[in-house]
Write a protein that binds this ligand. Structure first.
Ligand SMILES: [Cu+2]
Length: 429
């Protein structure tokens, strides 16, 4: 029994086909251009509170599917993933957005990656609800670009259940060439979005349904600029208050609620790229909700938006990161240093700290921190994230509780930038 069937007693349409050990690319037998969630992982454990999956990574896919098997569990469950590496190169799995124990984080700062032919067991409790994803953190830009990633949802049982839920990985194919270096797919260079591998698919829904779409930007370099949508969740679960737009840099996620009546709803990404808003390309259609029936739009789901105010900015700064570099040099640095030749900043476990990230470069950079969440200071409502865009010449101030001991990667999630050195280490001891 897989945990999602236990968790969802309402008639939620989600990953509903019976899992088999023979993976299929998508879980429905939908016509070729209909959007469906990536097929769920098979749960090898009978216990409701344990999700135990077995992955073989081979031919640049987990269990032969891109995106990889969807992992779906509940807050408080334990996740176990056995990974067998049948690639000809080393790999790891990083659990993007989850504050896992350091040894489970999939980074190779102090430990070796998983060699070809070797296996590794990842095991940790799921203590955060939200929309997450998993991907290698070794030769990351080449491995992620070739499709080695999957989606991970941790449900909060206190959240309301939608009538239909769809998980979406938005990606730009062929961003990195065979040499692992060349970026083809930036907006403006001809790259177009796909969702779960499909170009502008339809999503069949019923008029009057409440539809939740969890969307993850799995691209190496692209920005999703979603407007005129109802955003109910971000990286780290339900927002303090819903919003009507969201900018998702690489690695970032959102939960969108759609309330279709009888009219189709087109979901577009606006014009935003590494060069900022409106510079390089036109709006692009991601997918279209196509309702059947004639019911009127339903009322929104009763999410428990806290309305909580942001923590006042203490005004002090404990750690300052400056993002530097430029596309003309392909040299990317934080505080003038390039990974792995970096100064390790240290926080004391139990303390609360302010990190300021300043972008001194002429391109945008999404800041991602492993192992710890941060609150975005200066927001209207309280906003907790793990991936946040830092605009060109802009800065962000982040409040961090140092509650997880480890050497955590802090980096730009534009993967060619991270690969080019824009990565550092924040130690909690
Ligand atoms: Cu960057």
């Amino acid at each position: 029994m897989i945990s999602l069937l236990i968790a969802c007693t309402d008639p939620v349409v989600v990953d509903s086909s019976p899992p088999t050990s023979e993976s299929t690319p998508l879980d429905s037998e939908a016509p070729a251009n209909e959007l469906a969630s990536p097929a769920p992982a098979v749960d090898l454990d009978d216990a409701a509170e344990v999700l135990h999956a077995s992955f073989v990574v081979e031919n640049f896919a987990y269990n032969g599917q891109v995106p990889g098997p969807t992992l779906r569990a509940k807050l408080g469950d334990t996740l176990i993933v056995d990974l067998e590496n049948k690639l000809e190169v080393e790999t790891t799995i990083h659990w993007h957005g989850l504050a896992v124990p350091y040894a489970m984080d999939g980074v190779t700062w102090q430990s070796d990656p998983i060699a070809p032919g070797e296996s590794f067991r990842y095991e940790f409790p799921l203590n955060q609800a939200g929309t997450f994803w998993y991907h290698p953190h070794f030769d990351t830009q080449a491995q992620v670009d070739r499709g080695i990633y999957g989606l991970l949802v941790v449900e909060d049982p206190s959240d309301p259940s939608p009538d239909r839920e769809v998980l979406v990985a938005a990606d730009i194919p062929d961003e990195v060439g065979e040499d692992g270096e060349h970026v083809h797919g930036q907006h403006g260079a001809g790259g177009l979005w796909t969702v779960n591998g499909l170009s502008a698919p339809t999503l069949p829904v019923e008029a009057g349904e409440r539809v939740l779409v969890r969307i993850v930007n799995t691209s190496n370099t692209g920005y999703l600029d979603l407007r005129d949508v109802r955003v109910v969740g971000n990286d780290q679960g339900v927002l303090a208050a819903p919003t009507d737009s969201v900018l998702l840099g690489p690695g970032d996620r959102a939960a969108l609620e759609f309330l279709p009546g009888s009219e189709p709803i087109e979901v577009m990404s606006g014009s935003h790229s590494l060069s900022g808003p409106g510079m390089e390309h036109h709006d692009q259609l991601l997918f279209t909700l196509v309702p059947s029936g004639s019911e009127a739009s339903a009322d929104p789901l009763p999410f428990d938006f806290s309305g909580e105010a942001a923590t006042p900015d203490p005004g002090t700064t404990d750690v300052l990161y400056t993002f530097q570099g430029g596309a003309h040099t392909e040299q990317w640095a934080i505080n003038g240093e390039q990974y792995p030749d970096v100064t390790v900043e240290t926080l004391q476990s139990g303390g609360t700290y302010v990190i300021e990230v300043r972008n001194l470069s002429p391109t945008e950079h999404p800041f991602h921190l492993h192992g710890l969440e941060f609150e975005v200071l200066g927001s209207e409502e309280k906003r907790v994230e793990d991936t946040l865009n830092v605009p060109i010449r802009g800065s962000v101030r982040l409040l961090v509780e140092a509650n997880n001991v480890g050497d955590w990667m802090a980096h730009c999630h534009i993967l060619p930038h991270a690969h080019g050195g824009m990565m550092t280490v924040l130690r909690v001891e």
